[in-house]
Design a protein around this ligand. Structure first.
Ligand code: FAD
Length: 431
């Protein structure tokens, strides 16, 4: 009577989760496990926390919700803390599990960890099977081989839109056969070495982790408010809950599946008609896929200062004072400062803001872009390795941008996108 483990990582959901569905189909007993990975906490070589308080809080909320959803199906979440290559084999021995089902990784560190876990489990006769669960287009459905994935986004998009399809979602299971799973205990932020957060009342939205909240936001944005209908016109906004979808934290933690988003947009279109805004939401999800597939193709190059273009770095070590002023929103450039303050106090910043502050750090402050990416890694509630490092490399001019340097003029950008200074006034005043 086989027992297997489903190793949850950044796929904290029951809907559209192939690893979970396959484990239930192929086993008599399934043990859902999450390992709070010690390597995800503590400082990186750039001097920032690998995971800051905003994302850690979102993770804890997501785990609590996943456990609640699992218990409704007569299962539950086993929480362990430590190093996955030690903890997964230990749990497998405890439950006499012969197989582990998990999400397939693409980025360097995550891939290496996956390999270490596979090797450690192999030694005790436990197999691992991984599944692509995080992209809109399944890796196997791409109309090009891995090495031939176009480096230019438009070429990638046009070919994929013409020649590939999007798979249906895997439905949420009706029940999960599990042994009795003890009630879980989650650490506090303090126990993770992080400070408690007090959310700034000016935040555009209050993010709460978990599949339940992610699906609620999806429904609110598409059906309840129908903000989706004007997304193309509003997506470059800076203020409020609905100028953009705010799906990113749930997508990054895997509480929402991009395919679920796609099929809900299609449902909306079937009822209300398609327009350029509904198309544009899917277009943006393609950017997300694109950075994942670029990571798969170029491996660790998108984490190196010279990127995929092998360009020599401008500076090896940043000026600490200059970097800190950028982080604190004290550069003297008001559009940059407003955005950086919003980020520091809420863990979120609009796409327009991110492009500007990244360009400013790289091209005005002449700073090694990786320090900016590493700060974003700490602070962003929606941090995702492929989207973050891919976008940073793109703006730094060492990634996939066919243009040599994408240089934003912050004053012009402020005039175009914050003509009445409402956004700057909000974030530059004292809280
Ligand atoms: C320097 C920089 C760093 C970034 N770091 C991250 C990151 O760590 N995590 C992250 O999810 N996004 C990142 N982005 C992309 C983008 O800024 C955010 O996805 C977006 O602002 C999130 O808000 P939203 O969900 O309301 O987006 P919407 O405009 O509503 O877009 C819908 C979804 O499409 C995807 N998307 C949109 N734009 C991009 C893009 N340029 N690249 C990849 N996916 C995109 C996201 O999943 C997003 O949730 C970064 C962009 C830049 C310029």
């Amino acid at each position: 009577m086989p027992t297997s483990i489903v190793w949850f990582k950044t796929d904290l959901r029951l809907h559209d989760n192939e690893a979970l569905v396959k484990a239930i189909q192929q086993n008599n007993s399934v043990v859902p496990v999450f390992c709070i990975d010690d390597d995800q906490f503590g400082k990186t070589k750039f001097g920032f926390e690998k995971t800051g308080s905003f994302r850690a809080q979102f993770l804890l909320e997501s785990l609590a919700d996943l456990d609640t959803q699992l218990r409704k199906l007569k299962s539950g979440l086993v929480i362990v803390r430590g190093i996955p290559e030690e903890e997964l084999p230990r749990v497998a021995r405890l439950y006499n599990a012969k197989k582990v089902y998990a999400k397939k990784e693409v980025t360097t560190d995550e891939k290496k960890q996956e390999e270490r876990v596979v090797a450690a489990l192999w030694k005790q006769g436990c197999m691992v099977e991984t599944f692509s669960t995080s992209t809109l287009y399944h890796a196997e459905d791409l109309p090009f081989p891995l090495r031939g994935i176009p480096d230019v986004f438009t070429t990638f998009r046009k070919k994929i839109e013409k020649e590939a399809g999007i798979r249906p979602v895997f439905h949420k299971p009706d029940s999960i056969p599990s042994p009795i799973i003890p009630l879980m205990e989650l650490p506090s932020l303090e126990e993770l070495g992080l400070e408690e957060i007090a959310l700034d009342s000016r935040a555009a939205i209050t993010f709460k982790g978990g599949e339940t909240e992610g699906l609620k936001r999806l429904n609110d944005y598409i059906f309840k408010t129908e903000a989706i209908a004007t997304y193309k016109e509003t997506r470059n906004g800076l203020l409020g809950k609905n100028y953009s979808s705010k799906f990113s934290p749930w997508l990054a933690m895997g509480c929402l599946s991009p395919r679920e988003v796609y099929h809900e947009v299609k449902k909306y279109e079937a009822k209300n008609g398609a327009n350029k805004s509904t198309y544009w939401m899917i277009f943006e999800l393609l950017w997300r896929d694109y950075f994942r597939f670029m990571m798969k193709k170029h491996r660790n190059k998108l984490f190196l200062s010279g990127g995929i273009k092998n360009i020599a770095p401008k500076l090896s070590k940043p000026n600490a004072e200059v970097l800190q002023r950028w982080i604190n929103g004290e550069t003297g450039q008001d559009f940059i400062d407003a955005n950086m303050r919003e980020l520091k106090l809420t863990g979120f910043m609009s796409n327009r803001g991110r492009q500007n502050v990244a360009s400013y750090l790289c091209h005005e402050l002449d700073t090694d872009w990786r320090y900016g990416a590493a700060y974003f890694e700490e602070i962003l509630i929606d941090y995702d390795p492929s989207s973050n490092w891919g976008n940073w490399a793109y703006i730094a001019g060492v990634g996939n941008d066919p243009r040599v340097e994408r240089h934003f003029d912050p004053q012009k950008q402020a005039d175009d996108y914050d003509a009445k200074k409402t956004y700057r006034d909000l974030w530059l005043q004292e809280a």
